[in-house]
Design a protein around this ligand. Structure first.
Ligand code: CA
Length: 422
């Protein structure tokens, strides 16, 4: 029997060339069909495998799982079972979908289990309990520090010692596909001496990835860098919408607030850390040396190619950023170790975003703020129009995938249209 990540494993379900969802991926999501109940599904090629049907037909271990792990509004009940049971589930599904067995392939009720994704409605995969956003890309932090403070001291003194982060708002994290309205708020125009109120003028995206946690430890206990990935279920692409003009005025001295909490959009399929395992890679050398609790062994960065497109209303999408998750200075293990080093607890379904992912090259910057360098270098789109920031009726699309040995582990996309302020 081949392992679930083995590039040689094939599925009897046809997977088109270039699909994000070969049998080595098997991401989890929440789906419904024709307004029916929400269920856990796993993507394979252009299809989703309905796990509640699979369970009802006795193809999953009834000692470990219950029906309501699979017919449920969120992945939280399943994620709450922890790493070993979720890993075993993915192994079982991988085997059932492989050419190594006919058990599912020859089942006469097969069409009940396998449904075309485009016939389904996708929903928020998790009920996000607590949400944290880090600030872990050195190039992003350096760019922002250069623009707003001092090019000679772009990084604040703590930055290379602490994976800087803040607690955000969980309830406004939404699924891609759901349009957002341009937020309104208070801003201080550069030439004014009084703040003004109105629709934000400098609406921006932030290209990020976010991980979703398994259960953590009790309040008071910490998770080490070597334990961290035992507490991480999987990842999504994360667009952390940002209102730069509101942010600039409000963030002193406590940090982001209304400039960030009006919406963040995520991709619908959660790619498991098990599927991403073959794409681990080295991170940058960390100088100065970090404190012992932030040191790590092995690889905890992931080589995930990331792209951002802007699509004007009715127009063609233009690639505006091409970045990679491996550019992070602080990795997931360090982020989770830092988050819990004071005894802070985490729960199944918490979401932790990376912070904007920028590389060294200007084409890899992960926000309009950086790409247009505070609006001084407008980007040209395919239709000839220019963008300094995001305009009403623009759609921002983010895609990500990892690829090696002809296996492509994709995240699908997070695509969000911006509507005028209400
Ligand atoms: Ca952010």
């Amino acid at each position: 029997m081949l392992a679930s990540n083995d590039p040689r494993r094939q599925s009897w379900v046809e997977v088109p060339e270039g699909s994000d969802f070969p049998i080595q991926n098997l991401p989890f999501g929440i789906l419904s069909r024709n307004g029916g109940p929400k269920k856990v599904g796993v993507a394979i090629g252009e299809y989703a495998l309905d796990l509640s049907a699979l369970y009802d037909f006795g193809m999953l271990d009834i000692k470990t799982y219950r029906h309501d792990h699979f017919e449920t509004d969120t992945l939280n009940p399943l994620i709450s079972l922890g790493k070993e049971k979720n890993r075993a589930l993915r192994e079982r599904i991988s085997y059932l979908l492989s050419t190594e067995t006919d058990e599912l392939k020859n089942n006469t009720k097969r069409d009940l289990f396998l449904v075309k994704i485009d016939e389904l409605d996708m929903h928020m995969p998790v009920k996000v309990g607590d949400y944290t956003d880090f600030y872990s890309s050195e190039d992003h932090a350096r760019n922002v520090g250069t623009m707003f403070r001092d090019p000679d001291n772009a990084l604040l003194p703590n930055w290379k010692h602490i994976p800087v982060g803040y607690h955000g708002r969980a309830s406004s994290i939404i699924l891609g596909g759901q349009a957002i309205h341009r937020p309104k708020g208070q801003m201080m125009p550069a030439d004014a001496d009084q703040p003004v109120f109105g629709p934000c003028k400098l609406l921006d995206f932030e290209l990020e990835m976010a991980f979703i946690t398994y259960p953590g430890k009790a309040l008071g206990d910490s998770i080490s860098t070597s334990e961290a990935e035992d507490h991480i279920f999987g990842m999504v692409i994360f667009n952390d919408w940002s209102a730069r003009d509101i942010q600039k005025w409000e963030y002193v001295p406590l940090g982001p607030f209304l400039a960030k909490n009006f919406a963040s959009s995520i991709s619908p399929w959660v790619v498991t850390m098990d599927a991403l395992e073959p794409f681990k890679t080295d991170g940058p050398k960390q100088e100065p040396e970090v404190l012992p609790y932030l040191k790590y062994e092995g690889q905890h960065h992931y080589d995930v190619d990331l792209q951002v497109f802007i699509q004007p209303d009715g127009g063609e999408a233009s690639l505006v950023s091409h970045s990679n998750y491996k550019y992070m200075y602080w990795n997931v293990a360090q982020q989770l170790a830092h988050h819990t080093v004071n005894g802070c607890n985490i729960h199944a379904g918490d979401m932790m975003a990376s912070g904007t992912i920028s590389g060294k090259d200007p084409s890899s910057f992960g926000s309009m703020l950086e790409l247009s360098w505070k609006g001084t270098k407008p980007l040209k789109l395919k239709d000839g129009s220019e963008r300094k920031f995001i305009q009403d009726h623009d759609t921002v699309i983010m895609r990500g995938f990892a690829e090696k040995n002809d296996v492509r582990i994709g995240f699908g996309e997070v695509s969000t249209k911006v509507l005028p302020a209400k």
